[in-house]
Design a protein around this ligand. Sequence first.
Ligand code: GLU
Length: 304
Amino acid sequence: MKTKTYRQILAAMLALVCLFGLAACGSKAEAPAAAAPAASEAPAAAEAPAAAEAVDPDVQAIIDRGVLRVGVKNAVIGFGFQDTITGEYSGMEIDIANALAAQLGVDVEFTTVTAATRTELLDSGDIDCVLATFTITEERKQSWDFTTPYYTDHVTVLVEDASGIKSLADLKDKLVGVSSGSTSARALTSAMIEAGVIDGAAFDKDTFDPATWKEGIAFQQFDDYPGISTALAAGQVDAFSVDKSILAVYKTEGRSYIEEQFAPQEYGIATKKDSGFSTYCEAFIQAKLADGTIAGFIADYNLG
Ligand code: GLU
């Protein structure tokens, strides 16, 4: 009878421990501590897992501030798009940012960034992360941390139908508008070399500079995309190249994509190099990929 009572107490205590959601429940290493009979030891046992899950200082700083500051695009439909009347942002990158802020238990604040400004805003600490069609590259990984990709796009080229340009071959010796700070010029040059349209002898992907490249294609760099679209309409450039997702809003009546798309662009959340928040974002995106949340966003915005 005595033994039975003791077992009952033990069982009740274990049940309580499980009820409070202790990670230790079921762990072999922690079992003896959880089974300790003295009721007064329970609070000490409960504190141990909390200490083990100590929040990284970089993450804690965001929690203490109460606001997650995110750099997003404002004209990429389905990714980061700002309604000019209401000021509201929408798109899968906005939804990812909102989910990240919700998990942190903080508000979210969006800052519009461009390909040219997103890294300096991250470096200066004005924003905590970038969710802005930011392609993961080996070169960029030297300077910033990126999560596992949440979406993969491709580069293509937008032209005026009247130009008669329909393919990479037709772009030989043309002037192409690209955004500064983007992967586009290198991707297009590389695709034209691979297609045998231009000679690649002088091409070195590590030292490639759109401003000086003149072998069979030339580039004009712009601060942002509306400027390239205007230059295309005015005939100041022959074509406009960037990721298809970004081009979509500029594909108006009388404009088409060339036949080819190339250079997969994997988008990841970018954070400061070696920051504790990088680790947090990686775990977050892994979980959202695994539980179907990201696939749901892709479906919501018809990006599949
Ligand atoms: N995704 C490409 C890049 O990261 C295009 C530029 C942009 O995102 O605006 O370079």
